[in-house]
Design a binder for this molecule. Structure first.
Ligand SMILES: *[C@@H]1O[C@H](CO)[C@@H](O)[C@H](O)[C@H]1NC(C)=O
Ligand SMILES: *[C@@H]1O[C@H](CO)[C@@H](O)[C@H](O)[C@H]1NC(C)=O
Ligand SMILES: *[C@@H]1O[C@H](CO)[C@@H](O)[C@H](O)[C@H]1NC(C)=O
Length: 480
């Protein structure tokens, strides 16, 4: 088993064509902890089999072991996006080292089973870095803030800086490069890094800082004075301050950070809680659901305790092997980084749950889409969007189920009305995307904020118009 895995590692550049993506789902990354161990085990066995180059290989192996301590609980560690990024980086590093140690694999070709092991690719690391930068942008975090619990090494931090630079996020690139220069002494006179500092500052529009680093290119001295010098330059000139993140943000970002104005929260407090029997539905008479009005216009209702931890576990277990990158109407898109799957009714837990949604909402599930289960990745989010678009059989309503708590971030926000809903495991929120007259209610624009700490699992049930004619009668009024 281990030997097979190993030979796959050795040969996988040539045979592996299927692309399995990791960064867009923290759950997928969590499963890599096991693969990392398998890789190391396989590597160790190969060393025993090969007599040649044993000494060099052993020392490489020892170094890898030393530099990679395994987390105890994979899911726990994946709550921290920086730790998730580190895991991806370490795994790619191990593969690189193993590949360098071997150059022939014909001997083991027969045993090759490409499906045995899927390993993250450099694109995963780029995607993960991109996610970290997005978290920094929305939550206004400096490199030091995002590395509160896990620190990146010089190489990892450099990569994040390069990705930021590549995405034209020059201030974040600059801050990462500056962090490296100040933290890792061997970089303080590194010319490539100094060049990047200068160019990042130039593109950001901070000319004096660009010139400062351009001058330092030709000096071999250390940089103890950097911060003092930079601050002096920034005070003297009327150029944008590259050292300080801009705190201005749009409503979406403000809501994600938990900023709710007093008027909104007062209006929210006035809304009520009650037990509902779905208008006298017999299945709910004996076990009414706890209903909370989260907002009045558009009406957003939260139902508490509608799915048990055990049911959630089963849904996650069914979904895990089937997850793939979530699409938008344009296909794979940067505005939506998560992995998801549509679950058919053939599983009892799914059909049972669909029935419960029908009971609670009083709507027909005949034209509804299959249950859509979703796990977010590093910095995973879904930017503001409407669930409904111009269609004959429109998504009349959305039933969004939270399958996990999220420690920080991951709220569902409605920028048009200023409401933010925190994920709460076992609860669901429900709203109509259409007015009774059939028009899209533009106030239902919503977004999934990036997850700063935690794992976010949700399930969506999109309910369509057909079949609701007698359950939610039409109206000719413009306002209804
Ligand atoms: C930079 O972006 C381009 C596409 O815009 C991509 O092809 C390239 O691989 C990226 N480089 C890095 C270092 O991320
Ligand atoms: C600088 O040192 C770090 C370890 O502290 C090492 O990982 C990195 O490769 C070194 N970089 C250079 C450019 O020498
Ligand atoms: C889900 O899968 C895990 C791992 O395979 C297993 O230990 C657990 O019992 C499963 N849970 C349920 C509720 O089926």
């Amino acid at each position: 088993m281990a030997l097979k895995e190993l030979t796959f590692v050795v040969c996988f550049w040539t045979v592996c064509t299927a692309r399995h993506e990791f960064f867009s789902s923290t759950d997928q990354i969590a499963q890599l902890v096991e693969k990392k161990e398998d890789l190391l085990k396989g590597f160790s066995q190969y060393i025993d089999a090969e007599e040649k180059n044993v000494e060099t290989m052993k020392s490489i192996y020892q170094n890898l072991l030393l530099s990679h301590s395994d987390p105890v609980d994979p899911e726990e560690i994946m709550r921290d996006p920086v730790a998730a990024y580190t895991l991806l980086s370490q795994l790619i590093n191990i593969v690189k080292h193993i590949q360098l140690s071997f150059y022939q694999c014909n001997k083991y070709q027969n045993e090759l089973d490409a499906k045995l092991l899927e390993i993250p690719q450099p694109e995963d690391l780029d995607g993960a870095a991109s996610g970290l930068i997005r978290l920094q942008e929305i939550y206004k975090l400096y490199p030091e803030d995002i590395m509160k619990d896990t620190s990146l090494n010089a190489e990892e931090a450099y990569h994040v800086g390069l990705v930021a630079y590549n995405e034209s996020k020059f201030q974040h690139a600059f801050l990462w490069f500056l962090y490296i220069r100040n933290t890792f002494k061997n970089y303080s006179t590194n010319k490539v890094l100094t060049n990047y500092l200068s160019f990042s500052a130039y593109h950001f529009g901070s000319l004096p800082v660009a010139i400062y680093f351009d001058h330092r290119l030709n000096l071999d001295s250390t940089n103890d004075e950097d911060i003092v010098q930079l601050n002096r330059l920034l005070h003297l000139q009327k150029y944008p301050d590259i050292l300080t993140l801009n705190t201005e943000s749009n409503t979406y970002e403000t809501l994600c950070r938990g900023g709710i104005d007093e008027k909104t929260s007062k209006r929210q407090r006035a809304l009520s809680c009650r037990y509902s029997t779905g208008g006298g539905n017999p299945r709910l008479m004996y076990a009414p659901v706890k209903e909370e009005v989260e907002w009045d216009e558009p009406r957003i209702i939260r139902y508490h305790g509608i799915i048990s931890d055990r049911e959630i576990e089963i849904l996650k277990n069914i979904s895990r092997p089937l997850l793939s990158r979530s699409l938008t109407f344009e296909g794979v898109s940067k505005i939506r980084t998560s992995q998801s799957v549509f679950l058919k009714e053939d599983k009892p837990v799914v059909s049972h749950f669909n029935q419960r949604i029908a009971d609670i909402t009083g709507l027909s599930m005949k034209s509804a889409e299959d249950l859509h289960v979703q796990n977010y990745g590093i910095g995973g989010r879904y930017e503001p969007h409407y669930d409904a678009w111009d269609d004959e059989n429109e998504r009349i309503a959305t039933f969004l189920i939270y399958m996990s708590d999220v420690e920080i971030g991951g709220a569902t926000v409605f920028p048009q009305v200023g409401v933010a809903l925190k994920p709460k495991k076992g609860s669901a929120v429900f709203w109509y995307n259409l007015r009774k007259n059939g028009n899209v209610n533009w106030y239902t624009e919503h977004a999934g904020c990036p997850v700063l700490r935690g794992n976010k699992w949700v399930a969506n049930k999109w309910i369509h118009e057909f079949g609701q004619e007698f359950r939610r009668p039409c109206s000719l009024s413009y306002w209804e």
